[in-house]
Ligand binder design. Structure first.
Ligand code: ASC
Length: 128
């Protein structure tokens, strides 16, 4: 277990950084900012699906204080926060499956669903 709230904060922020890098590269490909490479895209989608399971563990009690953008609402509305985190994981898993198809519309929809999960949680639980 984490020794200090700061360790939990660092853990979840590290996971989010890796998620943002992988998801951002996928977005660059879908937006035509770089060539679409199906193998790379699928590998990144697998990464996001695996990484999506990590941050939740870092939201331990007491880690609303410190170097974090997480709002206290995370702990006040824990059941809703938990369900949004699960929905994100489900969307990321579906994106990893879609990425193994050649259906660009399916991939784009699954990517959009995952992005909505990111934003939907940030809008409510993250400082702006
Ligand atoms: C990203 C990123 C987010 C989400 C969000 C999606 O690439 O860093 O936080 O996508 O902007 O709407």
């Amino acid at each position: 277990n984490f020794e200090e709230p700061a360790d939990a904060i660092k853990y979840r922020q590290s996971a989010f950084s890796l998620i943002a890098y992988n998801f951002g590269d996928m977005g660059a490909m879908l937006k035509g900012k770089k060539p679409f490479d199906a193998a790379v895209f699928s590998s990144r989608a697998d990464n996001v699906a695996a990484l999506s399971k990590l941050p939740h563990e870092g939201f331990i009690a007491g880690s609303d204080k410190g170097d974090t953008e997480a709002l206290a609402k995370v702990w006040h509305d824990k059941a809703d926060f938990d369900s949004k985190m699960t929905a994100f994981q489900d969307n990321a898993a579906a994106l990893a499956v879609a990425a193994k198809s050649t259906d660009q519309n399916l991939i784009k929809q699954a990517f959009a669903n995952t992005g909505k999960s990111c934003k939907g949680c940030h809008d409510v639980y993250k400082k702006d």
